[in-house]
Design a protein around this ligand. Structure first.
Ligand SMILES: N[C@@H](CCC(=O)N[C@@H](CS)C(=O)NCC(=O)O)C(=O)O
Length: 339
């Protein structure tokens, strides 16, 4: 994609919620990344038993695309993640982008289809792509449908039987996985960002909104913006969180969460294909999210991309202009304004 095309799309985009927000200085109170240095990481790994097993390693754009497995304490099963280590990671700590994938995906979809490694190599970014659910837990019904159970963890901590023991993807992606990554790889711990697609876009938004200051930027492709009001979300939240407690549902709904967000200013970027076949049936509801952002004076840019659908062809087209630079500049506008 030529830069000029990207910039003309940018000009057509809608930027909302430009007002100044009050905020206080936030530090993330989860895992204290800063106490770990890269030099200490091998010792830390052994001491904390945060062991990882290399599944594959392929040289790519002078860096390495690797897959690891590990025993997850949150999900109580073996989990896999992909990690791209750019060539710069040989000699220095690098920023990290977490990518959350959508329904039916594994750790492989983004790695093999999005074309992100070329840009990650150029700009020295580590990219981590976890799986989308626990697997092989022998839960009755876990493999029965594409939008619930395996491949559809929805980035929540389930409270309902039989899911609550394993289906803790929210804790996994916000705490366990970053701690594991930071203790094993040369990550610049102050520079982590998050993005994702569809169910993973929902995941990225809620992770950022629920953990002020933890991520330097958040963006999404075709995110499920208001899961409590769409069929995919209602099905998942009923199963994982129970039918009764709708307040618990709101704690995992970006449109609800942004209304009470009170952290450092966020500059949320969403790309949505106009030809996405999940848009019209009301699975994604980006307008609801934008309205909530406007209400809460949170800056969001929704770019409606003419002719693009829900697929990785769409995401590969825009992966650089969004994700790869947000980690570098820590503020996506810098790129879009041409700096
Ligand atoms: N299988 C479902 C849709 C599944 C789907 O579109 N999944 C998206 C995320 S929501 C995806 O990324 N699929 C994997 C891929 O395209 O590689 C259907 O046909 O209704």
């Amino acid at each position: 994609m030529e830069e000029s095309t990207t910039l003309s799309t940018w000009e057509e985009s809608t930027t909302l919620g430009m007002g100044e927000a009050d905020y206080t200085e936030y530090t993330w109170e989860g895992v204290d990344y800063t106490k770990y240095t890269w030099e200490e990481s091998t010792t830390l790994n052994l001491k904390n038993k945060m062991a990882v097993t290399e599944v594959s390693s392929n040289k790519m754009f002078d860096g390495l695309q690797k897959v690891f497995s590990h025993e997850s304490t949150e999900c109580k099963c073996t989990m896999k993640f992909g990690i791209y280590l750019p060539p710069q990671a040989d000699s220095k700590k690098c920023p990290v982008l977490y990518w959350l994938s959508g329904l039916t995906c594994t750790d492989q979809n983004f790695v093999t289809k999005a074309g992100a490694q070329k840009y990650a190599a150029k700009h020295g970014i580590i990219v981590v792509a976890p799986d989308t659910s626990p697997r092989g837990c022998n839960i009755a019904g876990e493999d029965d449908s594409y939008d619930f159970g395996s491949g559809a963890g929805f980035y929540v901590n389930a409270t309902q039987d039989p899911w609550k023991t394993n289906y803790r993807m929210y804790a996994y992606v916000t705490q366990e996985l970053p701690a594991l990554i930071n203790s094993n790889f040369p990550v610049d711990v102050g520079k982590q960002s998050i993005s994702g697609h569809s169910m993973g876009g929902h995941g990225a938004l809620i992770c950022a909104l629920k953990n002020p200051g933890q991520y330097k930027s958040v963006s999404a492709f075709a995110p499920i913006c208001n899961p409590i009001n769409c069929p995919w979300g209602v099905k998942a939240f009923t199963g994982y969180l129970g039918e009764e407690d709708k307040e618990a549902w709101k704690e995992y709904d970006a449109t609800c969460l942004v209304k009470k967000y009170n952290g450092p200013p966020l500059d949320i970027l969403i790309d949505q294909g106009k030809a996405d076949n999940f848009l019209a049936p009301g699975q994604l509801l980006p307008d609801n999210f934008v309205a909530a952002c406007t209400e809460s004076k949170t800056q969001v840019t929704l770019r409606m991309q003419e002719g693009y659908d829900h697929s990785y062809y769409f995401m590969a087209t825009f992966i650089f202009c969004r994700d790869m630079t947000t980690v570098i500049t820590l503020w996506p506008r810098l790129y879009f304004t041409g700096i």
